[in-house]
Design a protein around this ligand. Structure first.
Ligand code: ADP
Ligand code: MG
Length: 378
């Protein structure tokens, strides 16, 4: 165990990192954040912000000299940096786990090999592979860049070979994966925390709604049959075990209209769909991450109250600062802002969690507040 008062090291300094820092600080730890952005949301609240590139060896040494345990909040951290830090202590999740999750082709190949159901797909490494056959069965499909895509970025809907080629070129011919578009009855996600001894705790599944490829809302408990929820939790736990995963892992699922559950993708870190855990559960996803990094036992994932979380994107700032006074007139609203100063369109600026007793009622109030906030947009 790492004693409170000691340093924990974090690679990546976005909002997920900020909430990790706050959770670690609640447990008495100090956090050193490595992030190249001087305005990093996590860097602003951490005891120390090393403002450098993720592959800067002297910056990694600085983290290593302060801390003996490291984690990440960003899957695009170069895995070599994680591997380098191993000489200074525990790195969770491991470089190997992050390597799987940061590359869609690797991730899908791994999941398929381990016997998990995924969307039908074909890796596209170069343009010739689009002509080589095997694409026809996947139309209408989505072409996705294999690395560095997020929030629906680096994705294009395609209906035939020509469109796939055009989309591939528009992604500068970087490695892609072509996926069949599936008809979705619902989307859900499960977050599991696993420590280095193999103990696991799993959070209630979230029912997720997306808008334009970006998570809009998470509803927990999910309004789905118990069998589906149990199956999703079992899959998430079995996957964490098969990866020998240490840390917080999110598994995103598609529920097909036919009723089958497919893994969409995984994230080797806390996830946007788990933000509700801060206000609705005994231990949050960030507290679980801090406990794992510090070598403490996992906390309870019990959910005290039903919750609806929705994201606050930069679009809501079009007419200036939203009217929080009005929003907070409802005492069940919990507002989380990430301290970002530039409210760009589609940028996650914060989120709002509504707590109550009945999911339907909370959902109605959440829709009402969303509508009110959107009225500010011209
Ligand atoms: P990101 O890394 O941006 O989250 P995802 O692969 O999860 O990318 O895609 C974002 C969203 O787009 C999904 O949550 C889903 O709503 C929709 N989507 C992605 N792939 C498919 C697919 N094959 N069939 C149907 N919808 C999809
Ligand atoms: Mg996703």
């Amino acid at each position: 165990m790492i004693k409170p008062g000691a340093w924990l090291g974090l690679l990546g300094g976005g909002q997920l990192g900020r909430m990790f820092v706050m959770a670690a600080q609640s447990l008495g730890y100090k956090v050193v954040v490595l992030d190249p952005d001087p305005a990093s949301p996590a860097g602003r609240v951490a005891e120390k912000h090393v403002c450098s590139q993720y592959d800067d060896v002297s910056a990694l040494d600085e983290l290593g000299n302060l801390s003996a345990s490291f984690t990440t909040e960003f899957e695009n951290i170069p895995s070599d940096s994680l591997r380098y830090l191993e000489k200074y202590g525990q790195v969770s999740p491991s470089a190997g786990s992050v390597e799987i999750a940061q590359d869609r082709i690797r991730e899908k190949d791994f999941l398929k090999m381990q016997g998990f159901q995924v969307v039908p797909y074909k890796p596209i490494q170069d343009i010739e592979e689009i002509d080589a056959g095997g694409c026809e069965d996947l139309f209408p499909g989505i072409l996705k860049v294999s690395r560095f895509g997020y929030d629906g970025k680096g994705q294009a809907r395609v209906n035939n070979v020509e469109e796939t080629k055009d989309a591939f070129k528009s992604f500068r011919s970087s490695r892609c994966v072509l996926e069949k578009m599936v008809t979705l009855a619902a989307e859900l996600s499960v977050i599991v925390a696993r420590d280095k001894f193999g103990s696991m705790s799993v959070f209630p599944a979230a029912e997720n709604r997306h808008e334009a490829g970006i998570l809009d809302m998470s509803i927990v408990p999910a309004r789905l049959p118990d069998e589906i929820i149990s199956e999703a939790k079992e899959i998430a736990c079995s996957l964490a075990e098969k990866m020998n995963y240490v840390g917080v892992l999110c598994v995103e699922f598609f529920l097909e209209s036919g009723g089958s559950l497919l893994i969409n993708e995984i994230a080797p870190r806390p996830h946007n769909s788990g933000h509700y855990t801060i206000d609705a559960c005994a231990a949050s996803q960030f507290e679980q991450q801090a406990r794992i990094v510090a070598g403490l036992p996992l906390g309870s994932t019990d959910q005290y109250r039903p919750a609806v979380m929705f994201n606050l994107l930069g679009d809501l700032w079009d007419m200036g600062e939203p009217n929080w006074l009005k929003v907070l007139e409802d005492p069940n609203v919990k507002l989380h802002l990430y301290g970002k100063t530039e409210p760009r369109r589609g940028r996650k600026m914060g989120h709002l969690t509504m707590i109550g007793t009945d999911v339907r009622e909370i959902l109605d109030s959440a829709e009402h507040i969303k509508k009110f906030l959107k009225q500010g947009i011209s």
